[in-house]
Design a protein around this ligand. Sequence first.
Ligand code: SF4
Length: 315
Amino acid sequence: MKIGLIAVDGHNYPNIPLMKISAWHKAHGDTVEWYERLFSGHMDRVYLSKVFSFTLDYPYYIDADQVIKGGSGYCIEVANGREVYHKERDTELPWEIEHCYPDYDLYPEFCRETAYGFLTRGCPRGCDFCHVAEKEGRCSVKVADLSEFWKGQKRIVLCDPNLLACREWKDLLQQLIDSKAIINFNQGVDARLMTEEKMEMLKRLKVNAIHFAWDRYEDKEIIVPRLKAFKEITGWGRDKLSVYVLINYDTTIEQDLERIYTLRDMGYNPYVMIYNKGATKGMDTVRCIQRWVNNRKIFNVAKRFEVYGCKINKT
Ligand code: SF4
């Protein structure tokens, strides 16, 4: 068969489902290529993968007997500022494709020495601003061993939504420690679930940096002591420790600034993420906070938001 692939949202990040689809077809003797509407000619089947709900769908005619669309971009919709999951539009990969070793040759620029994948799926949290629990289930479940997508590469990028919530977290962290590869948790680590035992294991991982998340202001009493303990146990410096801070969702500007100052005082780098699917009032202030905090040079010099020079807009 002649198989075409389209990464609808672009080629700036490896698309794991497409890499698995490619690997499976190649293993079955099919030819696989990126679909180019002007050059590919007629295909037996074309797969489209779309990651984001806010991007446009592929706008052109596809010359193929069969077209298969999949990805969060097709089954998640933003309505009234919330992400809504449409199960009927979701296309899960068949088991034998889901568990294929990915075809990293599709992305030579990203994957030469880096493996990408998931060890777990699902999350027990069910945060209102996130579709993971609805789409993947409200429980973090082990779905793979590391060997399923890693064969000795120097770096591993994990896309797991909440690995520490998985019952088999110890086995999975041990696999990552044993790999001796540099680990990047690209979705952030849930600080609320850290115990001393988990912190000791995380300390043994090779990481350039670790990212936690402090999304809900009211988690302050849980998150702050755990982040303090993590820093004490690992002895890691600010350069390795950052925390995503979600703003413009359900917090006030004062609460945002309090989280930012608290994290900085504890020796962490806050990194502001704007929730941009809801209200647009007060966005000037929100964007200004993001510019100030995420530019480390400026943030280190202008210690207070007032000093940075933006007025707080409370509307
Ligand atoms: S903890 Fe993270 S992955 Fe889990 S529901 Fe909340 S935002 Fe989503």
